[in-house]
Design a protein around this ligand. Sequence first.
Ligand code: 1PR
Length: 531
Amino acid sequence: MITLLDYGAGNVRSVRNAIGKLGYTVQDVKSPADIISAECLIFPGVGSYGSVMERLQRDGFVEPLIERIHADKPVLGICVALQALFEGSEESPGVAGLSILKGQIKRFAETNLSVPQIGWNGVNLHKQSAIFSGYNGEKLYFVHSYRATLEDVDQEWLLSTTNYGEEFVSGVQKGNVTAFQFHPEKSGTAGLNILGNYLKSERADTITVSAKEISGNPQETKMAKRVIACLDVRTNDNGDLVVTKGDQYDVRDKGEVRNLGKPVELAKRYYEEGADEITFLNITGFRDFPMEDQPMLEVLQRTSENVFVPLTIGGGIRAFTDTNGKEYTSLDVASEYFRSGADKISIGSDACYTAEEYLKTGIKTGRSSIEQISIVYGAQAVVISVDPRRVYVKDPEDTDHNTIKTIVPGPEGEEYCWYQCTVKGGREGRDLDAVQLVSSCEALGAGEILLNCIDKDGTNSGFDFELINHVKSAVSIPVIASSGAGSAAHFVDVFKKTDAEAALAAGIFHRKEVSIAEVKVALKDNGVETR
Ligand code: 1PR
């Protein structure tokens, strides 16, 4: 029996599912006393530092947690839970942590690397631990902007480090108390193995750690470039929820919505094929109210039972008033998705409206969906889905928008273009360019950009490098290149010719033209770091 500390701050479903998958029963902490009496406690870290600590305080969990840790009873902390062991964090100034370890959690120093660190990275062990038995250096999934520094950590606690522009603390362990910065429940088979080791050791009450340094000189760990499978989901004309795929956003073929499979089954297939992440886009979300769209919630819930890599959901994330006049904030909508198994939400149309307002007033109201969700769940949980199309101009002076000189001239031989943002699934163009959108959203607290391209979508002609470089140079958060992949070589190209952290495709995977495994082999053969 494993006890889970679910303080309602985000996707705890995945941890719950992972424990279940490993054959254990989960019970929830219902009162502070449960924290003390639990045989084995898992403390998942979801949300921002401040919101985690605030919820723990609200429920009276802080003191029992400290008591339990001091009593050396088994605890496994994940992500922000590792950070919570320290005295505080730059993420939420003035908020006290559990103060088991001295020092403050700090934001990654400014380098040319994107922050948050989102993706798969290795760990170097500094101790021998039964928890890592069978671990062969596989990459594990990290998602965070703040980290414990090597200078701050008590050496007695140091379990593992990871490199991301610097060497930081990715695992701590002392006696029966362990915490990871990475998410074992989101790290595929390798992560499940680590979690399984922990649960096994706990049951036998034999978590063994020898203080012996691991011999040899550990190499710097390296982040992998991510390969993401995207599933555009909607109801077809027969009322079935299907994965579809458009050509430049037109999903109908001879008047019928293309049906390329069932969302839960396809997601499972991509996980098994080695996808580093899976994205669901409810492509009619701008029209329908997602809280009434139970099938999408069910898709997430069922997918997260078998898929142990990060899940992103987009489509319809915005404030909404239902037909009974009941108001839902975008935070309510997002929270429902997180509870159903999403790790990140992606905002499309609403991000454009928010950016337009922000550019007009320069004021951060705190009321936009980006700000609300980012404050509670952390920037890393907020992805901005950009749906741009090229607008050609003869001269940059012909527009107020950010232009590029392009190697793909327009129909009239125009040598310049800007990228116009669209809303409602590409149906409506706005007076907003991609650079304006992404830089405003970053300023408001977004943590990642999903960069589609209507001109390229479904064409199989390769990614739009010019767009990717243009957007990448405007932000310091990670960028996912999307639209146009037609071969494994296109993935190699996008990582060689741009600094995108991830590349996403839909059509080629759905139609089984190229498998994710083939993409990974091509990347590896060409010296691109992969999982
Ligand atoms: O505006 O917040 O409700 O979000 C709606 C979301 O749905 C947006 O993220 C938008 O990109 C997406 N969307 C809306 N309509 C469509 C459509 O196709 N008619 N799909 C649509 C966008 C684009 C990519 C696609 C890649 C790769 N899909 O996600 O998967 O272009 O395709 P490829 O590899 O086959 O070329 P909101």
